[in-house]
Design a protein. Structure first.
Length: 274
């Protein structure tokens, strides 16, 4: 991109850069408020205090830690992204909002490193990610390199193992539901009902992503406490209530993705006609 001689702006590119710059100023203010007025990063270290919290407060605290980390990453990469675009560069995009993540394959906070790992390791070894054995080799290799990059220690080992398992488990579940009887059963369901069933699994996946990643943000003790309270001590009321609310959120996300896919298809059809 640096070697490109003809530098041209896309339509409304400067307007988009200005809007993004204003959004990132707002994000910087939000991070500053989080630092000075919220204690979501320090509370998990006081296990005596968090033990006294309700199940809902504990779930909110765990979720807030990931939201904060996403906002911080959005600021770090978003500001750099905006400045780079002023120099006619097309850098990696900021990370996807944590609230929109319910698939392990899309879980990453540094899109540049993720793109590099996918290009040279994950996609290279896993190819189309349809073979269970190749996917296992690709994911283990990817997380082995990530572990070395983060710095090997017990917490990083557990984080890598948990996320590697989640990534492979998604493929195992997908293959299981592609078996003859189950595939025929889903084919008989309406599109809306199929999305509801997938959203139910997506809600479970969402909290698996939250629980696996607060390991890296907080501590193993806090992650185990949240898991125990939400799955064991909070069952069935807290567990099912939080799962249902998350399910509704995943449904909204899937509907938004469906609408965006339809709009993209219409734009593609329109471009072909022109």
């Amino acid at each position: 991109q640096v070697s490109t001689r003809e530098l041209r702006r896309k339509d409304d590119e400067m307007k988009n850069i200005r809007v993004n710059a204003l959004l990132h100023v707002g994000a910087i203010v939000a991070v500053d408020i989080f630092f000075h007025f919220f204690y979501i990063l320090t509370l998990p270290s006081d296990l005596k205090f968090v033990n006294r919290l309700s199940d809902w407060s504990l779930a909110g605290l765990a979720y807030s830690n990931l939201v904060y980390d996403w906002v911080k990453a959005a600021v770090m990469f978003g500001v750099t992204n905006t400045i780079a675009r002023l120099d006619h560069l097309d850098p990696p995009q900021p990370p996807k909002c944590i609230t929109m993540l319910y698939i392990f394959a899309e879980t990453h906070f540094d899109r540049g490193i993720n793109d590099w790992l996918c290009k040279y390791v994950y996609d290279h070894l896993g190819e189309n990610h349809d073979n269970i054995l190749k996917e296992l080799v690709a994911s283990i290799s990817t997380f082995a390199i990530t572990t070395l990059w983060l710095g090997p220690c017990q917490l990083v080992y557990i984080w890598s193992l948990a996320n590697c398992f989640g990534l492979n488990f998604e493929l195992w579940v997908q293959k299981f539901f592609q078996l003859g009887p189950l595939a025929k059963l889903e084919a008989k369901l309406s599109g809306a009902m199929s999305r509801r069933i997938r959203a139910a699994f997506g809600a479970v996946n969402f909290w698996a992503i939250v629980l696996y990643n607060i390991l890296a943000l907080n501590s193993l003790e806090f992650a185990l406490l949240v898991t125990k309270r939400l799955l064991v001590m909070g069952f069935p009321v807290s567990t099912l209530s939080i799962w249902f609310i998350t399910y509704c959120g995943v449904q909204l996300i899937k509907e938004r993705e469906r609408i965006l896919a339809v709009e993209e298809e219409h734009r593609g059809d329109k471009a072909k006609v022109e």
